[in-house]
Design a protein around this ligand. Sequence first.
Ligand SMILES: NC(=O)CCC(=O)C(=O)O
Length: 283
Amino acid sequence: MSKVSNIMRLALLQLKGSKDKTVNVQNAVSKIEAVVKEHQPRLITLPECFNAPYGTKYFREYSETIPDGYTSQQLSNLAKKHQVYIVGGTIPELGENDAIYNTCTVWAPSGDLIAKHRKMHLFDIDVKGGIRFKESETLSAGNDFTTIDVDGHKIGIGICYDIRFEEMARLYRNEGCEMIIYPAAFNMTTGPLHWELLQRSRANDNQLFVVTTSPARDSSAEYVAYGHSMIVDPWAKIQKSAGDGEETVVADIDFSLVEQVRQQIPVFSQRRLDLYATARHGQ
Ligand SMILES: NC(=O)CCC(=O)C(=O)O
């Protein structure tokens, strides 16, 4: 599709979570209604696991089929009602053969599901004295890369831990993406160390926009999310970021920055691929 405009208004909803799925989804619904009324964004993003508590013991209980489950239907209706794109954070998805996935749905203004991204890299870490988490205890990994087209702009989708894998972001850049959106929920151990660093790194390496949307921080939750949803531009500058509480971030993305950076610092045409693809590759 040809580019309709270089400017796109985005709204990132950093939402409070709870153990009540209906409350979580209705909170998202009311925040979407409010931001549409006040700012008319073209694209709205939600956090990772926004309809459920983030924890391996909860994923199956809260899981739903896509696109006929309760959460999907709410997002589809809103996208259609307000003629917006919704990158619907993630929800635990009940998939084929009883497998559960951490899945991002993307809804077009027609109300149609235009993409479904299953988290490809499961969050399995054990930081001594910090955090141990093992998504693979209950989740299966997705195997497919996901890109969408919004008004002629190609956007890649990843989920949280996926951001640590530079190869995935590189692949999206090579496919022509100008932005990568990661619904995410970093934590209080790795968040302060790596959250901003990873976003600015992926943006800088690939000369594109990086957008993350986190749940709001709730210090009484079993998993305490870091917050600080963020938009980083292709110069690796933070365009806008949230604090740690419930917050809506609205920003106008200027996609012409992508081409500016790529022309002025043309690393992608300067790569010495003739030298990198050696026997050492992969060691
Ligand atoms: N939900 C996640 O994938 C968390 C990733 C994370 O916190 C990290 O440090 O990576």
